[in-house]
Design a binder for this molecule. Structure first.
Ligand code: FAD
Length: 334
């Protein structure tokens, strides 16, 4: 990923798309067609594939990553969590990623076990044999130790602070920053953020990082994470879960149309496009990227990319072989 970013000319913009592995074979078939369409029509710099906390989607995540990397020839980044799952699974996932030709890992802690899963003595449950990993930094260090520079490693950051129900007092970006400095110094190559809708908060966060006294964030790519608005209820749920602030003016625009799903989507595209333009206008970054949490849906992100002129900026790589049949519209998207 960072090689591809570095190869872009100054002033270029790029974007990436996140997908999660569907539960069923039919879901996989539908997503594969959608991925073919989206990758050819939109040309993301890279795609990412999520990893279920505790390794719950390990097989399916690797299956989807294989489709993206091998069959569709997309530069693929596999998310990988490291806590609350068997240590062998971390090794297996990294080895399998290497076999598939995947060169990018988003190294995450994953969510901690629920409090009732802790033993009385407050230690991790017995089945968590993975005592070497407590924080994402442990995984970053581990990947560097085991694989040197083979993988390009990304880490997560939280423009509004990491939301941890058990320590709500820590939800403050300045609490996270020393840990983010450590993750970066341990060998992270890029930073990808949690979703947000408050661009002022994002601006402050990015400025805080760029100007940080450690110098750790002077040049590292910081990719803002954006979630297109698919419906009023999904928006309210995801912002609640991630503790993302919905600025009053945005909420008022959506409240005014909340009974009409199509209008919510339209207003949502407008809002996201404005956010992209706002961030693009910041003069301080030579190459500006955007990461979209697609929820495996196609329309909203396509409209946003079209409205903000982000489509097709990435040259087609001759090595990007498409081995599958051409895209056919199998189902009404979204
Ligand atoms: P860490 O970097 O370990 O940080 C977690 C918290 O602990 C932060 O508040 C940090 O400040 C604090 N901390 C870090 N180190 C220390 C220390 N040494 N001492 C004390 N406190 C410390 N989850 C999934 O399960 N699957 C996914 O695919 C997935 N993808 C994601 C993609 C992105 C872009 C983002 C932003 C999040 C994603 N998550 C995913 C969620 C993530 O796993 C959770 O938010 C998790 O709770 C924290 O992960 P982290 O990697 O940020 O952890």
């Amino acid at each position: 990923i960072t090689d591809k970013i570095n190869a872009l000319p100054d002033g270029a913009n790029y974007f990436s798309l996140e997908f999660f592995p569907p539960k069923t074979a039919m879901g996989f078939a539908n997503l594969q067609s959608r991925l073919e369409r989206m990758s050819q029509a939109l040309r993301p710099l890279f795609v990412t594939v999520t990893w279920g906390a505790g390794g719950s989607t390990a097989t399916k995540s690797l299956e989807l990553a294989e489709i993206c990397q091998r069959q569709l020839g997309l530069t693929t980044c596999l998310h990988l969590t490291c806590t609350n799952m068997d240590r062998a699974l971390v090794d297996e996932a990294l080895e399998q990623a290497k076999v598939l030709g995947i060169r990018n890992i988003l190294a995450l802690r994953g969510d901690a076990p629920r409090s009732e899963e802790y033993r009385d003595d407050n230690k991790l449950p017995e089945q968590d044999s993975n005592k070497d990993f407590t924080w994402a930094i442990d995984l970053v260090r581990y990947i560097r130790k085991q694989y040197g520079d083979y993988f390009c490693v990304g880490v997560a950051a939280y423009p509004e602070g990491h939301s941890d129900e058990s320590h709500p007092e820590h939800q403050n970006p300045s609490y996270d920053i020393p840990h983010l400095v450590e993750k970066t110094q341990a060998g992270a190559d890029f930073i990808m953020t949690q979703l947000f809708y408050d661009v002022e908060k994002y601006d402050r966060f990015e400025r805080m990082l760029r100007e940080h006294e450690s110098g750790a964030f002077k040049t590292i790519p910081i990719i803002p994470g954006l979630m297109p608005i698919q419906s009023y209820s999904i928006l309210r749920r995801t912002t609640k879960l991630s503790h993302a602030n919905l600025p009053a003016d945005l909420l008022a625009r959506l409240d005014a149309v909340k009974a009409d799903d199509d209008m919510v989507k339209k207003v949502g595209v407008k809002i996201l496009s404005e956010m992209v333009e706002h961030i693009k206008a910041r003069p301080d970054v030579a190459k500006r990227g955007f990461h979209f949490y697609t929820l495996n849906l196609e329309k909203a992100v396509s409209h946003i990319l079209e409205d903000t002129h982000l489509i097709g900026l990435i040259p087609v790589d001759d090595d990007d072989a498409i081995e599958t049949t051409p895209a056919i519209n199998l189902e009404p998207p979204n």
